[in-house]
Design a protein around this ligand. Structure first.
Ligand SMILES: [Mg+2]
Length: 263
């Protein structure tokens, strides 16, 4: 019977990598952490960069839309500041205690013997803190974050703001194609064999163009460029049962062998 199983399960799995955003993907928007983060960004712009408080909310939205993150936008339009200083102000004071150990997600991730990689615009310290609060620090094989995508940080501000055009951002981040190209190269990812989870539609739209399979987390319906929609990351198994069906024969056989040895 054992042989029957191993012959039956030799087909190639559809996915060889699962790629995950962090904020509002691995934990819900309702945790309140992101709202606090937005407040800290506003405070940084007013207190540290001296921007008129009345202009800040609109500026945040337009920079985020055009440059991927507010920080990338601030840098691109000429504000000179240290990235580490920005990150420690915006993330360093977040109420991380709002996040609790997520046993359900931990068990889901641990039950999948597929490579798992983090792909976040946030800085390394923030990603590490979130994963640790959620109890997921040992669930991922690789982490692509701000420092990975921007190894030559804190270089000078954009110089080429000519003809009134928006200057090119100096920060590599989602949703721009360059961030995906770099992530694929650094983490050795084949997009055609990778499933990408993110809460941002625009990140998923680029992901689709770049060849990834896409999962919109925190959404109840699919839209253009979206292959799957999950209201919560906890619904992974119901929405994507093939991930578990794809489990390679070696994983099943070794499990079985372990039990046989014990008997
Ligand atoms: Mg997110």
């Amino acid at each position: 019977m054992e042989h029957e199983d191993s012959y039956q399960l030799v087909s190639e799995p559809k996915y060889e990598c699962l790629l995950f955003d962090v904020d509002d993907t691995l934990y819900p928007l309702s945790s309140g952490l992101s709202a606090q983060c937005t407040k800290n960004i506003i405070d940084y712009m007013v207190e540290k960069l001296g921007i008129d408080e009345a202009k800040v909310p609109e500026m945040c939205v337009s920079l985020y839309k055009e440059y991927g993150t507010t920080m990338a936008g601030l840098r691109a339009i000429g504000y000179d500041f240290n990235y580490d200083d920005y990150h420690s102000f915006v993330h360093g004071r977040l109420p991380y205690e709002l996040l609790k150990t997520d046993h359900v997600l931990r068990n889901l991730l641990r039950s999948l013997p597929v490579r798992k990689v983090i792909f976040s615009n946030a800085n390394e310290a923030h990603v590490a803190k979130v994963l640790s609060r959620l109890g997921l620090e040992d669930c991922f094989d690789d982490i692509i974050c701000f420092e990975t995508l921007n190894p030559t940080r804190n270089s000078s501000v954009a110089q080429d703001n000519v003809n009134g055009e928006s200057p090119r951002t100096l920060v590599v981040c989602k949703p721009f194609e360059e961030a995906y190209e770099q992530a694929f190269k650094i983490a050795n990812i084949n997009p055609q064999k990778t499933l990408f989870f993110d809460d941002s539609v625009r990140n998923l739209e680029t992901a689709k163009i770049m060849g990834l399979h896409t999962v919109w987390v925190g959404a109840s319906h699919r839209t253009k460029g979206i292959d799957y929609a999950l209201e919560s990351i906890h619904n992974m198994k119901e929405a994507l049962p093939e991930l578990w069906e794809d489990i390679k024969p070696d994983a099943r056989i070794s499990e079985k062998t372990a039990i046989e040895v014990r008997v």
